[in-house]
Design a protein around this ligand. Structure first.
Ligand code: PLP
Length: 396
C-alpha cells in the first residue's frame, strides 16, 4: 500500500485565521447592526500602480502577435526583470549578478521549496513568534527545530548567544508579526555567527519596502560577509501590491558554498527541474515596478499604509500602550493592556469596539499577551477603529 509522508501528521492545524473567522461570524450573527472594522488582515488593499497595469496590458498585446508572442520563458526569470532587480539593489549599495537572482511566483513558494536543497539532518533555528511557514515547511521534512525567544527584553530581535547551535537560521526583517527591524550591527552578529559555524541564514525581506529609516538595512547583503552565508527571499506582494498578481525573487550568491557545493547551482538545478517560470505578462508588470516611475507610484501606496500605521501608533501613544513596529513596517505589535491574554483582548476588542485584530499567541508561544494590528486598511477604517479603541480603553 502507498505510504505517506508521516511528517505531515505532526503538523498542528493552523486554527488562527479560522478561529478568528468563527468568532467574528458568531458575533455578527448575534449583533447584525454592528459595523465591524478589520485591522487584522495581512493582505494589501490598494490597487496595482498604473505604470504596472500599463506594462501588463502592453505585454498582453505582445502575446496576441506571433512576432512578439512568448512561450516558455527562462525558469529563473527573463533577463529584463533580473537586470531591473540588479539595478534596484545597486540603489542600496548591493552589487549582484543577474544569475544570482531567481524570479518566482512569490516568497512563500521559495521559502518552502529552498528546503529541497538542504539535508534533512540540518538543525533549524526559528524565532518565536514568526511567520508560520518557516516552522511548517520544516516539520513537513522532519527536521529538528529549535525556537529562539523573541520578546520585549530583546526588542523582538533575538541574537545569537554562546549556546546557539544551528545549521539553518530564519530571520525576517521587518518582521511579521512584530514589525521589529534588525539594525546593521545586529545582522552582522548573525552573519558572523553563520560564517564561523557554517550555518546558512534564510533571510526574509518581504517587507523591506516599508523601511523608512535609512540607517536600517533593507537587504542582508548590505552586511559584510553575508554573501558567503545567506539566501534572501523577497517579493513584490507587499512592495507593489502583487499578492494576487504573484511575483517574487530569491537571491543565492555564488560565494555560498556548503558541503563542497555551490548553493546557487543547486537552486538553479532545483528550479529548472521543478518550476517553469513566472508568466511573461506578470514579469513585464514586475519590471515596471523597478522603473523610476514605478518606484514613485508604488511608494505612494506604501506611504498611504504608513500614514495608517501612524494613526494607529498615535492612538497607542496617547493610551500609553507599549508597541513596536509601525514605523518601518505595516505591522504594529502591541502589548495587550491590563495584563490581558491575546485571545481575551481579541474578544474584548470585538465585543466593545467591534474591531478585529490578530492575537499574538497565534504566531508562537512568545506572542501570548501581544496583539497584531495592520495598516493595510483604508484611512477612514483605521481612524474609526482607533477612535473606538481609545474610547473603550482611555479610562482603564
Ligand atoms: N514572508 C512573510 C514574512 C510574509 O508575511 C509573507 C506573506 O504574508 C510572505 C513571505 C509571502 O509572500 P508572497 O505573497 O510573496 O508569497
Amino acid at each position: 500500500m502507498t505510504s505517506i509522508n508521516k511528517n505531515y501528521l505532526n503538523l498542528k492545524q493552523n486554527y488562527l485565521f479560522y478561529e478568528i473567522g468563527q468568532r467574528v461570524k458568531n458575533f455578527s450573527e448575534k449583533n447584525p447592526d454592528k459595523k465591524i472594522i478589520r485591522l487584522g488582515i495581512g493582505d494589501v488593499t490598494l490597487p496595482l500602480a498604473p505604470v504596472v497595469v500599463e506594462a501588463m496590458k502592453k505585454a498582453a498585446g505582445d502575446m496576441a502577435d506571433a512576432a512578439t508572442f512568448k512561450g516558455y520563458g527562462p525558469e529563473q526569470g527573463y533577463e529584463f526583470l533580473k537586470d531591473a532587480i540588479v539595478g534596484y539593489y545597486a540603489g542600496c549599495g548591493v552589487a549582484l549578478e543577474a544569475d544570482e537572482i531567481f524570479v518566482s511566483d512569490g516568497a512563500k513558494s521559495d521559502i518552502g521549496n529552498i528546503l529541497d536543497i538542504f539535508g534533512e539532518d540540518n538543525k533549524v533555528l526559528i524565532p518565536d513568534p514568526v511567520y508560520p511557514v518557516y516552522m511548517d515547511t520544516n516539520i513537513m521534512d522532519g527536521r529538528d527545530i529549535t525556537l529562539i525567544d523573541s520578546n520585549m527584553e530583546n526588542g523582538f530581535l533575538p541574537l545569537p548567544g554562546k549556546d546557539t547551535r544551528a545549521d539553518l537560521i530564519y530571520l525576517c526583517s521587518p518582521n511579521n508579526p512584530t514589525g521589529a527591524v534588525y539594525s546593521a550591527e545586529q545582522l552582522k552578529q548573525w552573519v558572523d555567527f553563520a560564517n564561523s559555524s557554517g550555518a546558512v541564514i534564510l533571510f526574509d525581506a518581504a517587507y523591506e519596502a516599508f523601511i523608512s529609516d535609512k540607517s536600517l538595512p533593507r537587504s542582508i547583503f548590505e552586511i559584510d560577509g553575508a554573501r558567503s552565508c545567506a539566501v534572501e527571499f523577497c517579493s513584490l506582494s507587499k512592495t507593489a501590491g502583487f499578492t494576487g498578481t504573484r511575483c517574487g525573487y530569491t537571491i543565492v550568491p555564488k560565494e555560498l558554498v556548503r558541503d563542497g557545493a555551490e548553493l546557487n547551482k543547486l537552486w538553479l538545478r532545483r528550479q529548472t527541474t521543478k518550476f517553469n517560470g513566472v508568466s511573461y505578462i506578470v514579469q513585464r508588470g514586475a519590471q515596471a515596478v523597478f522603473t523610476d516611475e514605478g518606484i514613485r507610484q508604488t511608494r505612494e501606496n506604501i506611504d498611504y499604509y504608513r500614514k495608517n500605521a501612524k494613526v494607529i501608533t498615535d492612538a497607542l501613544d496617547r493610551l500609553g500602550i507599549w508597541y513596536c513596529g509601525g514605523l518601518n513596517s505595516p505591522y504594529i505589535w502591541l502589548r495587550c493592556p491590563n495584563g490581558m491574554k491575546s485571545w481575551e483582548f481579541f474578544d474584548f476588542l470585538l465585543r466593545e469596539a467591534n474591531v478585529v485584530g490578530t492575537p499574538g499567541e497565534g504566531f508562537g508561544k512568545c506572542g501570548e499577551g501581544f496583539f497584531r494590528l495592520t495598516s493595510f486598511s483604508d484611512r477612514a477604517s483605521a481612524e474609526e477603529a482607533m477612535a473606538r479603541i481609545e474610547a473603550i480603553l482611555k479610562n482603564n
